[in-house]
Design a protein around this ligand. Structure first.
Ligand SMILES: NC(=O)c1ccc[n+]([C@@H]2O[C@H](COP(=O)([O-])OP(=O)(O)OC[C@H]3O[C@@H](n4cnc5c(N)ncnc54)[C@H](OP(=O)(O)O)[C@@H]3O)[C@@H](O)[C@H]2O)c1
Length: 316
């Protein structure tokens, strides 16, 4: 097995990989040209750096492991993956992304974004704010991230509903005490939703899934947060709904174009709280995906089923 690493492994992580797959030939890519030359003979690729650029040179690839959870950019690569299995880092960042989504919800509810603006302007206004207890949240995406958000918002006293793709039954209480919807019924919940949180992957089915009609169906003053992927939520519609006063606030960690163009109205919209795609933040060594990479390399070398396999048809 030849495994190409698209990152510099720490000595400890490299030893862990060698331990689980002693017969594997581990090659570390030193830049894009080297990665392109080496991927031709590789059976497996681990890591994201230069991946999309060098995939077209692959000839015998059977497995690709990414360090990210979202795989829309990799699936959009041309030519596509062929028969290679793609595994993602599903589950690795659940807690921090859920923390971030909850932080955005609380910041909007308690007006922290406006308070910070007021502080910088040396203003001291007082105003009513939102208490989460007793209010209702709808979480789009019921993966590890969505469930982590549900646990946190439930702890704040919110009633939680959620939407997933593979759910045919009528809405019913599921794990984490949330009422879970399928794709056909979640829109019925919008009219009673005070806080809409999206933790969706970007796929053909989720692109633009929250648009002007969905925002209009929310009650006045509702809050909207997106930590999934830009492109699932129509940002122009969000800005319009903030300006009209229909939405009480919006918190976006992900945007269709990151960063927004210098003259984009998002920069100066007071009701909008932007964070620069840091729900999964930069990390130092040891990186959180290292144990997953080692476990999946062990499984690959042993011919066992891999963890975090992406359904290429579904797009996540
Ligand atoms: N901002 C960041 O830094 C950051 C960090 C990590 C992840 N993310 C994003 O967050 C996303 C979610 O992460 P995760 O680990 O929770 O992913 P996951 O485990 O793959 O869960 C995805 C969820 O979305 C649901 N879904 C997919 N298509 C849908 C549709 N058309 N309608 C309704 N629900 C749909 C799935 O339904 P089923 O349960 O029925 O399959 C599943 O519940 C990732 O794909 C990634 O893009 C962002």
């Amino acid at each position: 097995v030849k495994a190409l690493l698209l990152y510099q492994p720490s000595a400890e992580h490299r030893r862990a990989l060698e331990r689980v797959a002693p017969r594997a030939n581990l090659v570390v890519a030193e830049g894009e040209d080297h990665a392109r030359a080496e991927i031709a003979g590789a059976d497996a690729v681990l890591g994201n750096r230069h991946l999309v650029q060098t995939l077209p040179a692959a000839r015998r690839l059977r497995w690709v492991q990414t360090g990210s959870t979202g795989v829309n950019a990799i699936l959009a690569a041309r030519p596509p993956l062929g028969d290679a299995v793609l595994t993602c880092a599903r589950g690795v960042y659940d807690d921090e992304v859920a923390d971030h989504a909850t932080a955005l919800v609380l910041a909007l509810a308690r007006g922290l974004h406006r308070a910070r603006d007021d502080q910088h302007a040396r203003r001291w206004p007082r105003y009513p704010l939102v208490t989460l207890a007793g209010r209702r949240a709808l979480i789009l995406g019921w993966g590890g991230v969505g469930r982590g958000i549900a646990r946190r918002l439930t702890a704040c006293g919110m009633a939680v509903e959620a939407a997933r793709r593979r759910h045919e039954a009528p809405p019913a209480p599921g794990e984490e005490g949330a009422v879970v919807h399928g794709p056909r019924t979640w829109r019925d919940a919008l009219a009673r939703t005070d806080v809409l949180v999206s933790a969706l992957p970007l796929t053909a089915a989720t692109r633009g899934i929250v648009g002007a009609a969905e925002l209009a169906a929310l009650p006045p003053g509702a809050l909207v947060v997106n930590v999934g992927r830009g492109g699932t939520l129509d940002e122009d519609a969000v800005l319009a709904a903030l300006r009209s006063g229909h939405l009480g606030g919006a918190g976006l960690d992900v945007l269709r174009d990151e960063p927004p163009a210098p003259d984009h109205p998002a920069w100066s919209e007071p009701g909008l709280l932007l964070t620069p795609h840091v729900a999964r933040s930069l990390e130092a060594s040891p990186r959180r995906w290292e144990p997953l990479f080692a476990e999946n390399l062990r499984r690959f070398a042993a011919g066992e089923p891999l963890l975090g396999v992406v359904d290429v048809e579904a797009g996540y």
